[in-house]
Design a binder for this molecule. Sequence first.
Ligand code: HEM
Ligand SMILES: N[C@@H](CC(=O)c1ccccc1NC=O)C(=O)O
Length: 285
Amino acid sequence: MTSDTNERALETGIHTDLAGRMSYGGYLRLDRLLDAQQPVSDPPEHDEMLFIVQHQVSELWLKLIIHELKAAIVHLRADDLGACQKGFARCKQVLRQLTEMWSVLETLTPADYMKFRDTLGPSSGFQSLQYREMEFLLGNKNAGMLQVFAHDPAAEATLRAALEGPSLYDEALRYLARHGHDVPAHLLERDWTRSHVSDPALLPVLERIYEESGENWQAYHLCEDLVDLESQFQLWRFRHMRTVMRIIGFKRGTGGSSGVDFLKKALDLTFFPELFEVRTRIGMG
Ligand code: HEM
Ligand SMILES: N[C@@H](CC(=O)c1ccccc1NC=O)C(=O)O
């Protein structure tokens, strides 16, 4: 069948009377979402739109990750590993998206970025509340980070709540203890505002889980989900550092840090140290 136009006729039944009813734009609050891209460069720099959209999309994905991590912590506490695994699978895929997104920003040339970089003033991703909350939920705690939000009491309270609660790793260790694994007692009740410090006493516990994964499948699966999350997170950090190096070289950061050097140091951080250390022992007798 041929047709002399390329139009697709509306089927009968398509809703067109949407006055006062739930619509696409209304449900998604697109009036607000799509009004939130407000470049500040004057005269306007074409590439500032890319910069804003990239950050906003990142923040939206961070919002979902935080939503899932908080739920995973609740599910872990309730021994509901199935629900937890669903959340982890989603977080991993979102982190992959976030990591892949650096390729879009890498189309920003150093010279084009410098045309509007000054307008950013002292603002920096270092001040991302959601990023810091995600780090805290994963276990990289640092009370000093609250200072950055002293100007914003609501933000500070959000971050403080994440600082003061057990992290995903803390809850995973508590889960293992409840399920017959000999996790040292001092890891089960402690000052949650501090990052977990690698504990050699955990290694034999994890070694058994890894050596006898068949008999400890749930625990093994939980540990491997955490390993996946950390590895994917590190890929995001690495791509950020390389993108920054490519765009601003070794300039200082707008947030006041040394720049690439500061970002490189973050690559040494680990959320779940023993889950990597245990691998050294596997098969060694
Ligand atoms: C041209 C693009 C970018 C450049 C040049 C850049 C540069 C930097 C630099 C130099 C820092 C260190 C802090 C400072 O002194 O400012 C930093 C931190 C940070 N940036 Fe970016 N960044 C870029 C894009 C992004 C994007 C798209 C995100 C996504 C949300 C992001 C998130 C972060 C976060 C979360 C930190 C804090 C990292 C930490 O504390 O470990 N950045 N960035
Ligand atoms: N820190 C970046 C500026 C920057 O990337 C930025 C500025 C404002 C809001 C978010 C940002 N993203 C990540 O740091 C720089 O030093 O050029």
